[in-house]
Design a protein around this ligand. Sequence first.
Ligand code: BEZ
Length: 249
Amino acid sequence: MTAKQTWDSHSYQRDTGFVAKYGEDVLSWLKPQSGERILDLGCGDGVLTKQIMSSDALVVGVDASESFVISARASGINAHVVDAHALEFDSEFDAVFSNAALHWMLEPEKVVEGVKRALKPGGRFVAEFGGFGNVAAVTTAMKAVGVQMDGDLSLASPWFFPTVNQYAGILTDHGFRVDDITSFYRPTVLPNGMRSWLQVMRAPFFEQYGTRADEAYEKVEAALIPTLCDNNGQWIADYVRLRFAARLM
Ligand code: BEZ
């Protein structure tokens, strides 16, 4: 049993391919230009990175997961395994972009410090990730089952979901001007259901139960049916997004 989140790029694409689809919206905040150097922070398997590249920007993708970086490279992306808390780029990017990744990075000050170092003066930082209250029903159900099954509750919600004020404060403390920042509720259809979402996003919580993992999955699903599953059996997750565009002053 490991408490560490691991990624398999194939199941990620199969069960959560919608992540990149929704991310297309925040690309309209980035507005990549031909010839710009852009860092995609937490590029995953690179589906959105490719879209940025289609604007003829020169894109570097970084991700902590080797499986993702292998997939991204296979699709022609200049991608590298890098811990976002220890970025070593120095004044070389016109923009840093990130979609659905910053909530996995639990020391945001270190991340924003590295983004600041990576940007040229006047460079932009544009991102979308989980905001305060994101997947609250899902994490509450996991914690309730964790109590019932005497588990480690800290495995239920290892994410950083800040409020707008909290994240704007971190940006301004690091010398950014926040041009736009917003948080919004975005109910998100899970095409392959809740079980596969839980398996991709939060396996460590269930793996702690060993041979009783299936029982834990069933209990969490049962607790969520009244709020997140419609009459046709379609699961809809309670996503809250935080989106911002900031500029290094
Ligand atoms: C999200 O994109 O909001 C998210 C992804 C995985 C776990 C939790 C939240």
